[in-house]
Design a binder for this molecule. Structure first.
Ligand code: COA
Length: 329
């Protein structure tokens, strides 16, 4: 039986490194052009960590902002879930580093790995905890430093990614609002189309069986593109259908920011006007698990979400993973 409680997002935070890499900078690094990148992806620039920086710095900044905006103290946080593929270390986890830094002394903490769908997966996990423990406050983070896993000699991938972090505080609500429904999906049958093999337990560090480029993200972009558009559309339509809604009821769609053409395709399939689909890919590129919380933060800040509005968030990522969350703001 469903708990009588719903979970809602109390507040948001975000942080990106100040360093910006533009398409014109990339023109000097690989054989590409601002025109190609803009036309094929919609990306104009992305924020990247400096060599000596770590992504936990930005996860902590985003977390602190979200806690402050929620008028809470770190002591109020019961659980920290950090969605990431690129923690500072494999051990300790990113969530533990955040826990230490913000001094959330009563919080449990774990990382969640679901690639670019990580934030929505983590939001759904938080939803389960909060509905069953209505006095809990869960800090959900999406933070990623894909620049560290990017092959800067591979023009087909290095133009795509950026670094950053977003955070949300999830708490309970007795009103029928907040997270109304979700879909979490996975399909491993095409896992080989998007991989990051080095750094797992199959190949030990500096294993000469593994070519150097396998320590970076490898992708068959065109194939990934086709799967992404198909699955995002399927999830979006299914969530609307089973909640008796049509796309006209949506105030805003926030899709994972991987490629503007994927977003445009989805917009057309859902017959949504441009102003109802949030896009910030031109500023940040694909920040993986950080993409949706950063977009949500900016959408809320721009006043695009009003109380009672229907919001749909959809994502896809390596694996493949898929996720959709339907909310009433
Ligand atoms: N600059 C200039 N040319 C480039 C280039 C670059 N940065 N990257 C690739 N090209 C070239 C290719 O070599 C190819 O040349 P060819 O026709 O001479 O062989 C041509 O552009 C077309 O390549 P293709 O890979 O078919 O382009 P595309 O239109 O599919 O766009 C992506 C490539 C990666 C932008 C696109 O496939 C994509 O976004 N896929 C989804 C990726 C994604 O979202 N991944 C993240 C999952 S979370």
């Amino acid at each position: 039986m469903r708990s009588r409680f719903y979970s809602k997002i109390l507040a948001l935070g975000m942080a990106v490194p100040p360093k910006v890499l533009t398409n014109f900078d990339l023109e000097k690094m690989v054989e590409t052009s601002d025109e190609w990148i803009t036309e094929r992806t919609g990306i104009k620039e992305r924020h990247l960590l400096e060599k000596e920086e770590v992504i936990s710095t930005y996860a902590v900044k985003a977390a602190k902002e979200a806690i402050e905006r929620a008028n809470l103290s770190p002591h109020d946080i019961n659980l920290i879930i950090a969605a990431t593929l690129t923690p500072d270390y494999l051990m300790p986890s990113l969530s533990i580093l955040v826990q230490k830094e913000i001094q959330a002394e009563k919080a449990g903490a774990f990382d969640l790995s679901a690639t670019c769908s990580g934030f929505l997966y983590a939001l759904v996990v938080a939803d389960q905890f909060v509905r069953n423990n209505p006095d809990w406050k869960v800090l959900v983070i999406g933070a990623e430093a894909l620049s560290r896993k990017t092959n800067w000699e591979d023009r087909s991938t290095c133009v795509l990614f950026g670094d950053g972090a977003g955070a949300a505080i999830v708490s309970s609500s007795e009103e029928e609002s907040g997270i109304l429904d979700f879909i979490l999906g996975a399909d491993g049958s095409n896992w080989h189309l998007l991989t990051l093999k080095g750094g797992g337990s199959t190949y030990f560090p500096f294993d000469e069986r593994l070519p150097k480029e396998e320590y970076y993200i490898k992708m068959q972009g065109r194939e990934v593109f086709k799967i992404a558009v198909r699955m995002m559309e399927k999830i979006a339509l299914e969530l609307l259908r089973r909640n008796g809604l049509s796309s006209k009821d949506l105030a805003l769609l926030i899709p994972h920011q991987a490629n503007l053409r994927i977003i445009e395709y989805l917009r057309e399939r859902l017959e949504l006007p441009k102003e109802k689909v949030f896009v910030n890919i031109h500023k940040y590129g694909n920040t993986s698990a950080a993409s949706i919380p950063i977009a949500l933060y900016e959408a809320a800040k721009e006043g695009l979400l009003k109380r009672g509005d229907y919001l749909l968030m959809v994502s896809f990522g390596g694996g493949f993973t898929f996720a959709g969350v339907l909310m009433r703001w």
